[in-house]
Design a protein. Structure first.
Length: 696
């Protein structure tokens, strides 16, 4: 199932917005061309290399979103020569917006706007998108309205519906985000997810395996001309204890050289439903398990009445096997975009003509990823319409006693965000949800996540089972009880500035994340205004970690201790960042290895991810990662151990997507101590991993 094909209408990209608004006039790179004469600053030093990077970046930019990350890296290198070129800043911002860092998108787009307000007719539109994606709905509304004010005539008519929808999404988002659910959202990790798109989880019978679709490259992979990303393949991850891992690509008959995606599985586990992108414009086929030979048949198309030339993209079978729900773009039967249909199995084993689920379920926009859990009474699906806060949101509808479906209900924030959430399923118990989402903490652009719903806070009681995860409660549907709205506002307002550490007066455009140290996740993320000021609202007075990232500066980590602060008080806290200089050394705290080995322990990942984000923000930089030991033991062994541990750190970072050219590694054993080796404390300090800036 070519994900970006069926998401063409809803993608948060300027190309798609203009297709929607103007009936096909796409946003093109020529609108913001970087001109050689204007890019040249007058200094010849570094110009040729920078302009070469511009040309390389343009090549990747024009190939499509699948290589925007490569375009961005070349543009960022060129920006070191001329950081004030508005067209270059605009393109960098667009690359960030359509890849993985919306805060940096705001940073560069706003910089382009400040330098040249008319840098592009859609600058306010893109800023509105970026602010909407980071939950800054007031700023998003301001920029969407500014874009509307700049339109007239046919342009105003073309954009009117799109802008109205964006503004409505912001209103929904503001409402939903003010009443967050008590949930834990866990990334399934790099044993399932990759730095490429991974989505559409489907459980085998008994939850023993997890099938999913990935767009990671394999040998002889081809890029799809629509978005320049690699074609889809089907993967299978096995259950190991309480976790899924060891993802492997399926062989024939499931995967071909075209787009192949998992769609669903029958309740008995003996039928796999697969999307074939090269069949009749995209069709669902079924493969059956021959129980005697334990062999899967070649996929065959569903009955003709269930398929169309316009393509069907997702499907599920009801638990009793008598209903087939699927999504189709058949224009003769849909309200617009893609709709959900149902076909029923009659007493002779034939599927009925598909029936559109109607206007209560199907909106005027796209629906996708239909799923019915084992209870058979709940319909989950993704929609761009209804009360979506942006992109696809997950909705649920309950089957009534008369068989009709109830009005769809948004699952709420933070399960849903202004970005895309699709393909929501549950395990056999119905307690845990799994879905595909684009989230800041993701390994790739689109990852698979597990959703754990927390019940209402209750008095402590002694029981023989874990009450952390709520049971099905009193609702017959089995949907988990959501928390009541809090009565008291215990939030704390924190204000201040982020400034250059030299002199303390130069404002820095930075991104601040306030980390809930108990949960290990960001509770609030903000970016500074042009004067370096920021405002963050934190839910309660407690201890928070603060992580600050800014282009051209070392990343900053600190603790903000707020216990004892009353809810009506305001905290003023300024932060000072150190500029990156060649030769700067930084010790990586909280890096742990298996004893005597170069195997990173999982508790090291948070610290390494900070280095990953630092390198993402500074793609023109080159670091040396070095390992160090104390003076105990064999020098030869210490030399080898320090080097392989440094290499393990480099391997982790390149595995996350950092290009190899940005990193070198070395082991120095005990030759560069930072403390005397005569005490236990000194030896502990000397056993470390650090990085040194080689170039910036």
């Amino acid at each position: 199932m070519q994900l970006n094909l069926f998401m063409m209408i809803k993608r948060f990209t300027a190309i798609v917005i203009l297709i929607l608004a103007a009936g096909g006039s796409a946003w093109t790179q020529e609108d913001v061309r970087i001109r050689k004469k204007e890019f040249r600053t007058g200094s010849e030093t570094g110009f040729n290399e920078a302009w070469k990077s511009i040309r390389e970046g343009n090549k990747y930019f024009e190939e499509g979103r699948g290589t925007y990350d490569l375009a961005r890296d070349h543009y960022l290198f060129a920006q070191q020569y001329n950081p004030g070129n508005p067209e270059l800043n605009y393109r960098i911002g667009a690359c960030y917006l359509f890849t993985d860092n919306k805060y940096e998108a705001i940073n560069f787009l706003y910089r382009a706007y400040e330098i040249k307000p008319g840098v592009s007719p859609d600058i306010h539109l893109l800023l509105g998108q970026a602010f909407q994606l980071v939950l800054e709905f007031d700023n998003a509304i301001e920029h969407y309205n500014a874009h509307r004010e700049g339109l007239e005539g046919e342009d105003l008519l073309a954009y009117s519906e799109v802008l109205t929808k964006r503004l409505t999404e912001c209103q929904h988002g503001r409402t939903l985000s003010q009443d967050p659910l008590r949930v834990i959202i866990q990334n399934l990790g790099d044993s399932v997810n990759s730095r490429f798109d991974d989505y559409n989880p489907v459980f085998a019978a008994g939850d023993t395996a997890l099938f999913f679709t990935s767009r990671r490259p394999v040998e002889k992979s081809r890029r799809n001309p629509v978005d320049n990303k690699y074609n889809e393949d089907i993967y299978r991850a096995s259950l190991d204890g309480n976790h899924y891992g060891g993802a492997v690509r399926l062989d024939k008959p499931f995967n071909t050289s075209h787009n192949d995606a998992i769609v669903g599985i029958s309740p008995e586990g003996n039928r796999l439903y697969i999307y074939r992108g090269h069949v009749d414009g995209g069709d669902i086929q079924v493969s059956m398990l021959k129980t005697g030979k334990l062999k899967w048949t070649s996929p065959k198309s569903l009955p003709g009445r269930l398929t169309s030339k316009e393509g069907e993209t997702s499907a599920c079978i009801s638990p009793d096997g008598t209903e087939l729900y699927f999504v189709s773009a058949n224009p003769k039967l849909t309200r617009g975009g893609k709709d959900i249909f149902v076909s029923r199995l009659d007493e002779k084993g034939r599927w009925s003509e598909p029936r559109n689920l109607g206007t209560l379920i199907n909106s005027a926009y796209d629906e996708e990823g239909v799923f019915i859990p084992p209870d058979g009474k709940t319909l989950y699906f993704a929609s761009m319409g209804h009360t979506s806060m942006g992109g696809f949101d997950i909705f649920r509808s309950i089957r009534q006693e008369n068989g009709a479906w109830s009005t769809p209900e948004n699952l709420g924030y933070p399960v849903n965000t202004p970005d895309d959430e699709v393909f929501y399923v549950t395990d056999q118990s119905g307690v845990y949800g799994y879905y595909s989402a684009i989230r800041e903490e993701g390994i790739g652009a689109r990852d698979i996540y597990k959703v754990i719903y927390l019940g209402e806070e209750k008095e402590l009681v002694t029981v023989t089972r874990d009450l952390l995860v709520a049971g099905p409660g009193e609702q017959k549907t089995g949907f988990l009880t959501l928390p009541a709205r809090p009565v008291l506002d215990t939030s704390i307002m924190v204000r201040g500035h982020v400034l250059d550490s030299v002199g303390g007066f130069t404002p820095v455009m930075a991104r601040l994340a306030f980390i809930d140290t108990e949960r290990g996740s960001a509770q609030s993320t903000v970016i500074t205004d042009p004067d370096g000021s920021y405002t963050a609202r934190l839910q309660e007075a407690k201890v928070y970690g603060v992580e600050i990232n800014a282009t051209g500066y070392l990343y900053f980590l600190d603790i903000l201790d707020l216990p004892g602060i009353a809810g009506d008080q305001e905290v003023i806290q300024d932060f000072f960042l150190q500029k990156i200089e060649v030769g700067t050394k930084v010790v990586l705290e909280n890096i742990y290895f298996e004893t005597g080995k170069a195997i990173l322990r999982s508790e090291s990942y948070d610290a390494l991810d900070q280095v990953y984000r630092f390198l993402e923000n500074n793609p023109g930089m080159k670091l040396e990662i070095s390992g160090h030991t104390d003076n105990t033991g064999s020098l030869r062994i210490n030399q080898k151990l320090s080097r392989v541990r440094a290499r393990a750190v480099v391997d982790y970072l390149t595995g996350r997507g950092i290009i190899q050219e940005m990193l070198v590694f070395e082991g120095y054993a005990d030759s560069q101590p930072v403390a005397p080796n005569t005490t236990a404390e000194g030896r502990e300090r000397n056993r470390r991993v650090e990085f040194k800036v080689l170039s910036k």
